[in-house]
Every structure is written in structure tokens, then in C-alpha cells.
Ligand binder design. Structure first.
Ligand code: RI2
Length: 356
């Protein structure tokens, strides 16, 4: 299903600029932001206007196209702009993967502007197909667990947002859930709020509400209790980078959910397109760079006041120190399987190495 540049989280508008949903204001306001230059794309990734490994990759790819247009095909200027985009966030490997793919096109092309546009669209179109496949394969797992355990309702727990706001066009972790809804499965989602930026509470809930999928937002510390009480049938999260040995970097707090899942025999799956593997990274726990974000994200909470104005309010003493790691790495031994467009992959070097 080629969308020719029109997707849910971003699209090329009538002026051929990249228009994106500004995720910083959801669920309170649905605003869009128009990106006209490579620098605009860079800023939008840095300030989290857009986020999620897949969508970051798409904005980066279109950002290189914007650079090609801005610099009228001048390869050295495009390359410089592309390298700025490439370093805008450190952990999600889709960003580097997408920029490198675009730079390949830049190097090979005579008509750089036209070919960059086509390549950015091709990456996005491929993501649409990849996530459809991930949805189908992941939903087969759900059906198998339901059949084996003879249950009629399925409870899945997810962390952060790995829906269509994070990867075109149906998400990674949420793709099997959307597919389950299509297949008429009675599904309910436990949504981790995902401090400090609350992507679960504000984005995943917004997506699920919009789709009419039953869900319950839970404080981040609740998952272990629910698993212990038999209230979670499966955990599915997305990923930002998965190493060759199967260790998976995802939003901070994912590791703790994997530990609780292991202790309670709850299947723990990571859903990801193959572009999220870092084949050059041998050992995720020791080698994946973990982003450290602003202390403000811990000190301040965004919400809406009684007059409907979006406000950031402080919840900590101003003088207290905080530390804000954006991601953690779940070791492969805690992961049941990796749901990819190529099937369910075992989290080990042999199985992952075959995907190269
Ligand atoms: P996809 C997010 O990080 C989370 O770690 C989330 O699980 C992941 O990106 C989703 O990416 P952030 O960008 O697997 O909100 O859906 O910091 O591509």
C-alpha cells in the first residue's frame, strides 16, 4: 500500500514541506508543525516534536531531502546537514540507518533532489508494510497463547509509545494490538504511564482511545503487581536499538518489566522492524549509548489546567539533583522473542546474524 508521502504521523504537504504531528502537545491539542529545512528536521527530533525510533528515521530521511532541496543538490552541503541530523539523538539506530541510506543515494545520484525525495518516500512506504507484517505475526502469537490457555480475553502490557505515532503506519508494539482488534479479539491494554515524559499516559492512551481499544493507564510501578496476580497475558514493547546478541534498548523502565515478566512466566516480546537491529553492536548492555536527557523532564510535568491551558508544573524541590536516562537495555535472556517483519527471531547472535 504505497502512500506516496501521506502517512498518519507525517506527510509531505501541498508545498512539498514535511508536516508532522507535534507530539509535545498530545493528548491536549492536535497541532502540526511544518519542517522546511534540514535544520527544522534536526530541531524537531531534538525537542521531541517527533519521537519513536521509526518516525525519527523517517523525519531524518525527509530531512536529507529538505537539505538536498535547500542546497540545490550540492553534495558537500547536503552531507554536512545530514551529519547534523544523524547526531540529533544517540540511541535509536533507525536515525543513523535512515541517514546512511539517504547518503548512499546522494553519493550515487545525478538528480539528487528527485532521488532523495523518492528514497525518503520509499523508506516510509517500506515501514508501512513492515508494521503490517509485524502486526500479523504478533497477533498470531496472541491467538496461539489464547488457544493454549483457553482464554477469551487478552491482556497485554506495553511501555512507552510504540504505535503509529512512533513508527509508520501502525506501530511496532501496538501493531499486533491493532491487528487483534481487526480480527475481533477481545483485547485490553495495560498502558504504563512512562515517566518522565509520559509517552504511555499521553500518546499510547490517545492512540488507543481513538481506535476504540480498551485500555487502562497504570503508574509505572504497577506492572509487577498485575503480573503476579495473573492479570497480564503478554508484554510487548518496541525498541530503539537491538544488538547482535539480542539485548534490546528501549524506553527507561522496560528492563524492570522484563524482570517482572520473567519472574511470573509472562511472555515478554519486543516488536521491531529489521532496521532497528544494530548488527555492528555485539553486546547491547555494554555497548549501546544511552541518551541522558534534560533534568527538567524529571522536575516538570506537563498537563492541562482547569482553564484548558497546557502548563508545565514543577513537582520537585528546585535544588534537588535528578538524573534522566532516556533508555535502558533489556538483556536477551529476559526476552521471549523478537517480532519482526521476517518472523519471530530468537534473541541470539545466530538468529539475528542471519538477518544481515
Ligand atoms: P518504535 C521511544 O523512545 C520508546 O523507547 C519506544 O518504545 C520507541 O521509541 C518506539 O519506537 P522516544 O523516542 O519501536 O519516545 O515504535 O524517546 O519504532
Amino acid at each position: 500500500m504505497a502512500h506516496q508521502g501521506i502517512y498518519k504521523a507525517l506527510w509531505l504537504n501541498d508545498n512539498d514541506n514535511l508536516e508532522v504531528i507535534d507530539q509535545r502537545f498530545l493528548p491536549f491539542e492536535k497541532k502540526t508543525r511544518i519542517l522546511k529545512t534540514a535544520n527544522d528536521a534536526c530541531e524537531a527530533i531534538k525537542d521531541m516534536t517527533v519521537r519513536g525510533a521509526g518516525v525519527i528515521g523517517n523525519v531524518a530521511a525527509f530531512g536529507v531531502y529538505l537539505a538536498a532541496r535547500e542546497f540545490a543538490g550540492d553534495k558537500s552541503q547536503i552531507k554536512q546537514a545530514a551529519m547534523n541530523i544523524r547526531t540529533s539523538r544517540p540511541t535509536a539506530v533507525n536515525l543513523m540507518w535512515a541517514v546512511d541510506r539517504m547518503l548512499n543515494i546522494v553519493a550515487q545520484s545525478d538528480d539528487v533532489v528527485k532521488n532523495c525525495k523518492a528514497e525518503a518516500i520509499a523508506i516510509a512506504d517500506e515501514d508501512v508494510l513492515r508494521t503490517q507484517k509485524i502486526g500479523e505475526i504478533g497477533c498470531d502469537i496472541i491467538e496461539n497463547i489464547m488457544a493454549k490457555r483457553k482464554i477469551n480475553q487478552f491482556n497485554v502490557l506495553t511501555h512507552c509509545n510504540a504505535g503509529w505515532l512512533a513508527i509508520l503506519d501502525s506501530g511496532s508494539a501496538l501493531a499486533p494490538i491493532y491487528e487483534a482488534q481487526k480480527r475481533g479479539i477481545d483485547i485490553h491494554v495495560w498502558v504504563d504511564e512512562t515517566r518522565p515524559r509520559n509517552q504511555g499516559a499521553s500518546l499510547t492512551s490517545w492512540e488507543l482511545l481513538d481506535a476504540g481499544i480498551k485500555h487502562t493507564i497504570i503508574p509505572d510501578n504497577t506492572g509487577g503487581h498485575l503480573m503476579q496476580q495473573g492479570m497480564v497475558d503478554m508484554v510487548i514493547t518496541g525498541a530503539d536499538r537491538v544488538a547482535l546478541n539480542g539485548d534490546a534498548a528501549n524506553k527507561i523502565g522496560t528492563y524492570l518489566k522484563a524482570l517482572a515478566a520473567k519472574d511470573n512466566d509472562v511472555p515478554f516480546y519486543i516488536a521491531l522492524p529489521i532496521s532497528t537491529f544494530d548488527f555492528a553492536c555485539e553486546d547491547g548492555v555494554s555497548d549501546i549509548e544511552i541518551e541522558i536527557r534534560s533534568e527538567d523532564e524529571v522536575h516538570l510535568m506537563r498537563g492541562i489546567d482547569r482553564h484548558g491551558n497546557v502548563q508545565d508544573i514543577r513537582i520537585t524541590p528546585e535544588e534537588s539533583a535528578t538524573i534522566n536516562y532516556g533508555f535502558d537495555v533489556t538483556p536477551a535472556r529476559l526476552i521471549t522473542g523478537l517480532i519482526t517483519e521476517a518472523g519471530i527471531i530468537a534473541p541470539n547472535k545466530d538468529a539475528i546474524g542471519e538477518l544481515k
